[in-house]
Design a protein around this ligand. Structure first.
Ligand code: SF4
Length: 254
């Protein structure tokens, strides 16, 4: 029996933003030649790497501010920056973020336990498998499982932002299926400020979200390259695939 296709929150978000972009990214091999390095991906990957090792209780190599900063320097990715000055500014900012985050975590004296870091979760639907990777899963003192997602580009965050984040709803759904008796919540941690906000899907909202997810997932796995034509939209000026789409007559006419 053929394996079911995998769908991730990133794939769904890309498809919803622009199905043609989804096609260039996941279906048409020409698309990969147009992908550019992005400084915010490089910056976020470096921070994630350091936080993963710091919060991993089985990893005893990164337990102090000094060790975290050494790892930060060793893990720095320099791709995608427009100039040496821009990169130096980002490097300094990232250093401060790590220093503050690690120092505050070490000072905090609560009973929160980190259960998993960079943890892959899956959920099987009739025609596809939903798969995601969660930055961190904490167990709070009252037994709630807290899905923590790092946002390296953000200074502020609200509960509404968490509620509107498709990936956070996917993770709640997947974790609730695995732990049906536990309360699940999702938290976004805005790394630039240390601000955090949390929310939980109600059982009714979770069922509605599951149904919507299945519907859009089925549409995505059935999508063929010829199903969608490029059309101008607000995303286009900053899209890597603009050189491809702008050659298309449909895009020019739209
Ligand atoms: S250039 Fe515009 S139409 Fe083409 S993939 Fe990007 S967002 Fe979609």
């Amino acid at each position: 029996m053929p394996r079911k296709p995998l769908i991730s929150p990133t794939k769904i978000t890309t498809y919803l933003a622009c199905p043609v972009k989804y096609g260039w990214t996941y279906l048409d091999p020409r698309g990969k030649w147009y992908l550019k390095s992005k400084s915010y991906y490089s910056f976020g990957s470096t921070l994630h790497k350091v936080l993963e090792r710091f919060h991993d209780s089985s990893d005893t190599g990164v337990t102090t501010v000094g060790e975290a900063l050494t790892l930060y320097e060793d893990s720095w990715i320099d791709a995608g920056y427009g100039s040496a000055e821009e990169m130096a500014e980002a490097f300094g900012e990232g250093r401060l973020i790590i220093e503050k985050h690690v120092a505050e975590t070490l000072e905090r004296k609560d009973e929160t336990k980190t259960l998993f870091v960079e943890h892959t979760v899956k959920m099987e639907f009739e025609k596809f498998i939903l798969q995601g990777r969660i930055d961190r899963i904490d167990e709070l003192p009252d037994g709630t499982l807290d899905i923590v997602d790092y946002k390296s580009g953000r200074s502020g965050v609200s509960a509404d932002d968490v509620a509107a984040d498709l990936a956070m709803s996917c993770y709640q759904l997947m974790l609730q299926e695995r732990y049906p008796d536990r309360k699940i919540q999702a938290t976004i941690l805005a790394l630039r400020s240390g601000q955090r906000a949390s929310t939980s899907l109600s059982p009714v909202d979770m069922q509605v979200f599951r149904n919507d997810l299945e519907w859009i997932g089925n549409e995505i796995i059935a999508t063929q390259l010829s199903d969608h034509v490029p059309a101008k939209k607000a995303l286009c000026p900053n899209c890597d695939f603009l050189p491809l789409c702008s050659k298309d007559q449909n895009w020019q006419d739209s």
